[in-house]
Design a protein around this ligand. Structure first.
Ligand code: C2E
Ligand code: CA
Ligand code: CA
Length: 670
């Protein structure tokens, strides 16, 4: 071995030895664990040291100088006691790894002077007394060193320091006595100390490894927790998106139905009230049709913002889709508060909206249903609210309706009609009656309007005002239209050539090219002159989907048929729309004709409608004429055609064959 490698090796041994004597500071968790274990053992260590010292001092009383065996031990025991107290107190205070490290390092340094002082004291007592007493000193040192090694197990550096500081002087002192027993004791202590140190190092290594694996485990746990957190955040975000309507930033349909059931369960449990509201925009379609989808989106987003901004406690707003919104109001859902909320919503929505290229206005209808007035389930409350909305819409003006007993009866009846229709053989049970349309001046018949009737074997005769909406709802209306149109055309074929057929179409008939083409096909197949057909369409049918409806109307016009706008004045259509359609007639709704001789407003409305139709070169037909007075006013206003019970109630097909228009009897009601 060369000098160089010798030196290197020596240096390495020295470095390792110094490392053994230093408190490690590379692993904060280890430091804290060390501190925790150590702080429990330090008071015990001082106890061992103190009692050993006192017992030695006691056996040497009177033999050694009082200063040495009374004052010094008394002072040292006091120091030990004070240190023990400090450690016991410090155990209760939580500290950082850095603080723990500093305290351990201080203890490490302090252990050296204490060891030196104790060793010096014991060695200075050694010369006094008889063989027994001197043996006690040897015993004191041996037992103390063993006790210290054990107690300082978790602070390896201090244990090594104490061992070296005590054992070597002890061994030397024992040898110096020249007594074979003492020399043997010295050797014995060294021989015991070496394996003890080996055990200590081993234990310390285990402690460290244990701690390191705990550290790794903790790290893994933390990584797992972080990963879980990230996954949770991701799934929270997914859930949020799945429940969010991105256009309006309101909660969506799916969220609504979830929250509805939860709110219902809460209300049922707590006995609190719960209001469910459904909002539908009036006049949104025309905005979409006229200004494009981007403008429509702006309108919806703005309305979402307005609705979302309502500051009512326990109110949540949702977008169900299209131009439909919904809300849940929990807690104080009194009728008064709900009505006020409905008004707030209508007012907020009716405020004009800037779409960039200009201002537009839409209005809203709101339907409410309130638990516990209504409700066996969340879904049921929603359906009632939806029916209340339908009622609000039927009233033809923006506003809100709260589901009540009248609608409950209507709904029950509707359900009965729906059930009966499912079981019905409509080909057999449906038939048509015909109501004459006459010249206003001489009441000669110019045409007949075909009106549907349903004689159900289950529920008797049902009014079309009842069964047409149901058929529209369940989709059987298009089939009904085909059956009825074929029949009406077959009947009309028998009429004089100057008598026309007026036939009602529903929104569904105009809502798809396919449906409209089927109507065209039926007309062509019948061989009936299309110019003698007048299709009646309502404003709702047109407003439902203006683009498609106007395309269908165009097609029917190209076929040669005329188009009458039915129930004019009751819907939402702006004159703008009426202008855009190739109409041929306007039917003034019966509600404006009723008592027109007494009602100024009706008079004015009819007058302006007549001016409009004259301007657009359209024929005007007044419906629902029941009295001579009404007829006279209408004549004076210049109405060209009239229809109503005053002229004739609807009659059967056979009756239309029985007489020529001129001979037709006037079936009047008083
Ligand atoms: P509408 O098209 O406005 O038909 C006029 C309604 O007023 C008819 O009721 C008619 O019987 C009634 N009426 C006629 N003159 C008078 C009168 O002087 N006074 C009063 N109070 N009423 C009068 P009806 O037959 O019950 O039909 C109700 C509604 O059902 C119709 O209103 C129409 O919208 C719809 N409808 C009827 N038949 C058909 C059909 O074949 N297809 C479609 N899609 N709808 C139909
Ligand atoms: Ca009609
Ligand atoms: Ca009508």
């Amino acid at each position: 071995m060369t000098d160089d490698t010798m030196m290197g090796r020596m240096r390495r041994i020295l470095v390792s030895a110094i490392r053994l004597l230093k408190v490690p500071n590379d692993n904060p968790e280890l430091t804290l664990a060390q501190f925790g274990a150590f702080s429990k053992q330090v008071p015990l260590l001082y106890f061992i040291l103190g009692t050993n010292m006192l017992s030695l001092a006691w056996t040497h009383q009177g033999t050694a100088p009082a200063a040495l065996v009374t004052y010094v031990p008394a002072f040292l025991v006091l120091v030990f006691f004070a240190r023990s107290l400090i450690w016991l107190k410090s155990r209760k205070v939580s500290r950082t790894a850095e603080q723990a490290y500093r305290q351990l390092r201080a203890t490490n340094i302090l252990s050296f002077p204490i060891a030196v002082v104790c060793t010096l004291w014991a060695l200075s007592v050694l010369p006094y007394g008889d063989a027994y007493q001197r043996a006690h000193v040897a015993f004191f040192m041996a037992i103390t060193v063993i006790g210290c090694i054990f107690s300082l197990m978790h602070l390896r550096s201090a244990a090594m320091m104490v061992t070296v500081t005590v054992t070597i002087p002890f061994f030397v002192a024992m040898c110096l006595t020249g007594e074979p027993t003492f020399i043997a004791t010295g050797i014995n202590v060294i021989l015991v100390t070496i394996p003890m140190i080996m055990i200590l190092l081993d234990q310390y290594r285990d402690f460290r490894t244990l701690n390191e694996s705990r550290h790794v485990l903790l790290q893994q746990q933390k990584a797992l927790q972080d990963q879980n957190k990230a996954m949770q955040a991701l799934s929270d975000e997914n859930l949020r998106l799945a429940n969010l309507d991105t256009l309006t930033q309101l909660a969506n349909r799916r969220s609504f139905f979830q929250m509805l059931e939860r709110a219902f369960a809460r209300a049922r449990q707590s006995g609190e009230r719960l209001a469910v509201g459904v909002i539908d925009l009036d006049g949104f379609k025309p905005v979409n049709d006229m200004y494009g989808h981007a403008a429509g989106d702006k309108v919806l987003a703005e309305i979402g913002l307005r609705l979302g901004g309502i500051t009512e406690s326990r109110l949540t707003v949702y977008r169900l889709g299209g131009d439909e919104f919904a809300l849940l109001l929990e807690g104080d859902a009194s009728e008064g508060r709900v009505t006020a909320l409905g008004q707030t919503i209508c007012d907020l929505i009716a405020n004009r909206i800037n779409i960039g290229s200009g201002l537009v206005q839409v209005t809203a209808s709101v339907g409410f249903a309130i638990y516990p007035d209504v409700g066996g389930s969340g879904q049921e409350i929603y359906e009632r609210a939806d029916y209340a909305l339908y009622t609000a819409k039927r009233r033809h003006r923006a506003g809100s309706v709260i589901f009540n007993a009248v609608q409950a009866d209507e709904l029950t009846r509707q359900k009965i009609v729906e059930d009966a229709m499912i079981a019905a053989d409509l080909e057999r049970e449906l038939y048509l009656v015909y109501q004459p349309i006459s010249h206003a001046d001489d009441l000669s018949c110019t045409g007949y309007e075909a009106l549907a009737r349903w004689q159900s074997p289950r529920i008797g005769s049902v009014s079309p005002a009842e069964f047409i909406p149901v058929a529209e709802h369940n989709g059987r209306i298009t089939m009904m239209t085909r059956i009825l149109l074929e029949r009406a055309l077959a009947v009309a074929a028998n009429w004089p050539k100057d008598v026309y057929l007026s036939f009602n179409l529903s929104p569904h008939d105009l809502s798809s090219p396919d449906n409209c083409l089927k109507i065209v096909a039926i007309v062509l197949k019948s061989g009936f002159n299309p110019a003698r057909i007048n299709f009646e369409v309502t404003e709702t049918a047109i407003m439902h989907d203006f683009e498609q409806a106007s395309a269908s109307i165009q097609l029917l016009r190209e076929l040669g048929a005329g188009i009458a706008l039915d129930d004019f004045g009751t819907g939402f259509s702006s004159l703008n729309h009426v202008h855009k359609l190739p109409l041929t007639k306007i039917k003034i709704d019966g509600s404006f004709v009723r008592n027109i001789h007494q009602r100024k407003t009706s008079y004015k409305i009819v007058k302006s409608v007549l001016a409009l139709s004259a301007d657009m070169e359209l024929d005007a037909i007044a419906e629902g004429v029941e009295t001579l007075e009404e007829l006279q006013v209408l004549r004076a206003l210049g109405v060209s055609s009239v229809q109503g019970y005053y002229v004739s109630k609807p009659i059967t097909a056979e009756e239309t064959f029985a007489q020529t228009p001129a001979e037709m009897p006037l079936v009047r009601i008083s």
